[in-house]
Design a protein around this ligand. Structure first.
Ligand code: PMP
Length: 362
């Protein structure tokens, strides 16, 4: 069987690079999963084989992320974007506080406002979303329904870099940094993450929900948007994204075998250092977007002296098999997304390319 030998350096912000051993395993199991004579894509979600896959995936997530037993796992469709609405429909009773450190937090606020009262306790817009605040120093609503944060803002490359230690029920969008380092689930009432950056293919959104939150779910919600219905039906009220769930399980098993999230964090720190060193060593030719204290290890936006040089940089990088380096239009410049599965060799190749490009164009 032909196995692709050429792997491009894919700096995409998502869907992003997947671990090669996971892709190879999925390839090996594609036509016949575990002697069933079927692909995972062909199985009944209620059959014995997929039940086993679902259990293995749940176990792998719990094991990798040390999910306490009083938290439920859900694998839902509609991406992290649907969670903006769903969490508000289920939990926005009275007023909820939101801290907005970038574009995705803004989306969460917009969706929340449709469902109820939203208090934006902090918003980084004035500084073009280049930093995250100290959450313990902000003013919040008394008895807020929850506090919503986005750990890592994918577009701006701004990360809190630590778990919140807040008395409120914190609901957190962890889409672009989940499983990139150890995190303490017990610090959150709910964590959610679209899979397509660090966990698997798009189409699955992982939700980790503290079970007492279910007592707050109002009656009368549309079934698909009701966490209680989703939990009571073992996230199979309707047909779940079976293949994505299977892939997500393989990805988690891969990182468990790698040594767990402590090891993953060390790897990611080393990778990001290579790129940030190239930025910091450029004498201002490359300028980082985020302040030092909130630099994301997953998404590294940086600018060049002009739009012309930016375009030239992106197209010359592409010619050297480094793709998707163009920054989001709202920030401009470039962005290197280096999720868990992105190899350090790619970071080194980018850093070398950055030095060479500056020497020729600086
Ligand atoms: N939150 C963050 C932090 C994201 O990066 C993204 C996607 N880039 C989303 C939410 C939206 O995710 P989805 O496309 O799965 O709806």
């Amino acid at each position: 069987m032909a196995i692709a030998t050429k792997r491009i350096y894919n700096f995409s912000a998502g869907p992003g690079a997947m671990p090669v051993p996971v892709l190879q395993r999925a390839q090996a199991e594609m036509l016949d999963w575990n002697g069933t004579g079927m692909s995972v894509m062909e199985m009944s979600h209620r059959g014995k084989a997929f039940t086993q896959i679902a259990e293995q995936t749940e176990a792998a997530v719990r094991n990798l992320m040390h999910v306490p037993s009083n938290y439920k796992l859900l694998f839902l469709q509609g991406g992290a974007s649907l969670q903006f609405t769903m969490l508000a429909k289920n939990f926005l009773n009275g007023t909820a506080d939101y801290v907005t450190t970038g574009a995705w937090g803004v989306r969460a606020v917009e969706a929340g406002k449709i469902e109820g009262n939203v208090n934006v306790a902090w918003d980084g817009k004035a500084d073009k979303y280049n930093q995250a605040p100290d959450l313990t120093k902000l003013d919040y609503t008394a008895d807020a329904a929850y506090l919503h944060i986005t750990t890592n803002e994918t577009i701006q490359g701004v990360d809190f870099l630590s778990d919140p230690t807040m008395p409120q029920d914190v609901i957190c969008d962890m889409s672009s940094c989940i499983a990139s380092r150890p995190f303490d689930v017990s610090k959150y009432a709910m964590v959610y993450a679209g899979a397509q950056k660090n966990l698997g293919p798009s189409g699955v959104c992982l939700v980790i929900l503290r079970e007492d939150m279910l007592e707050r779910v109002p009656t009368g919600l549309p079934a698909m948007l009701d966490y209680k219905v989703q939990v009571d039906n073992g996230w199979m009220y309707n047909t779940p994204p079976c293949f994505g769930v299977y892939m997500l399980g393989l990805v988690c098993e891969h990182w468990i075998k790698f040594g767990g999230l402590g090891m993953v964090a060390k790897m990611n720190e080393a990778k990001a250092k290579v790129v940030y060193d190239a930025i910091d060593g450029s004498g201002g030719f490359y300028k980082p977007h985020a302040v030092q204290a909130n630099r994301s290890l997953m998404n590294i936006p940086f600018t060049l002296p002009s739009d012309e040089l930016t375009d030239k940089f992106v197209s010359e990088a592409k010619a050297q098999d480094m793709i998707e380096l163009k920054g989001h239009r709202s920030v401009g410049g470039c962005r290197a997304s280096i999720y868990n599965a992105f190899p350090i060799e790619g970071c080194r190749a980018l850093a070398e390319f950055m030095k060479g490009f500056m020497a020729k164009n600086g």
